[in-house]
Design a protein around this ligand. Structure first.
Ligand code: SF4
Length: 269
């Protein structure tokens, strides 16, 4: 198994300045078996020959343990900010499972972002005071992760069991969304993240991108008016937040929409 050495990152720049949880533990890297056509990580690594979707590299658990020993109890790290920590190879390697146990022992919180329902098999080790989960839910037909229905089931199972969980509509591409199903999901919270595109994503996910006229930090985005219009179709949740990259749009969502103005991930703490 190849070793993923850059498993720990403090994210800065445009993203880090907006995201409250910018300490990342990515336990698998240099590829993700879900291999989504709109993946930002893939669009940054593939053209350099650094993306292997069949056999991603995995972090060395001993090194992860040493890093966790230096984290401050009470802080929160993001698991799966770059690649999915619950991609199929976790079924064999269990690195995410062991990392969660280490985080529990250290008293460090973890924000998990995943497209897998494997998270439900780990419910017995998730600490309700430390675990925050966002399950990415889309209806994009090219996806290789488990079905949308299985992901919805995972969200509802976690919500029912009393975990801090949100649907993550990411990326939100309105033409692919089953709004009747989305708005019927039994979950209090939703985080919406609109699609942003670069040259590679346009190539891998060919769509009509004529509405993506705002350029920011190397990507093309929908204008704010379009985003507001599309957000109005998301109606089935008590608490709505938007995860945003474009600075002016970020300011708008924070003031006008986000359930918690200080935390667009809207974690229960
Ligand atoms: S699951 Fe996330 S990290 Fe993995 S390929 Fe899809 S978008 Fe990229």
């Amino acid at each position: 198994m190849k070793e993923f050495k850059s498993f720990y990152k403090e994210v800065g720049g445009n993203e880090g300045g907006k995201c409250r949880y910018n300490t990342r533990l990515d336990l698998y890297g240099c590829g993700c078996q879900h291999d989504c056509s709109y993946c930002y990580a893939k669009s940054l690594l593939d053209f350099r020959g650094l993306w292997d979707a069949k056999e991603p590299a995995a972090a060395d658990l001993k090194k992860v343990a040493r890093k966790i020993d230096r984290l401050t109890p009470g802080s929160i790290v993001r698991l799966g900010g770059m690649t999915d920590c619950f991609q199929p190879m976790e079924n064999i390697n269990h690195i995410t499972r062991e990392t969660i146990k280490l985080l529990n022992a250290r008293g460090v919180g973890y924000l998990i972002v995943t497209k897998s329902d494997l998270i439900c098999e780990y419910m017995h080790i998730l600490d309700k005071a430390l675990a925050h989960v966002q399950v990415s839910t889309t209806w994009i037909p090219t996806e290789k992760a488990v079905s949308t229905e299985r992901r919805i089931k995972a969200v509802e199972t976690l919500q029912k069991a009393g975990f801090d969980v949100a649907v993550r509509l990411s990326p939100y591409i309105p033409q692919f969304v089953d709004f009747a199903r989305l708005n019927a999901i039994q979950c209090e919270k939703i985080i919406v993240e609109f699609l942003r595109v670069n040259h590679w994503i346009r190539k891998w996910l060919p769509l009509d991108y004529s509405e993506y006229t705002v350029h920011h930090a190397g990507y093309d985005h929908l204008p704010l008016e379009k985003k507001i219009e599309y957000l109005s179709r998301v109606t089935g949740f008590d608490e709505v937040s938007v995860c945003e990259d474009v600075t002016e749009h970020f300011d708008y969502w924070r003031e006008a929409v986000n359930h918690n103005k200080d935390d667009c991930c809207n974690l229960r703490k």
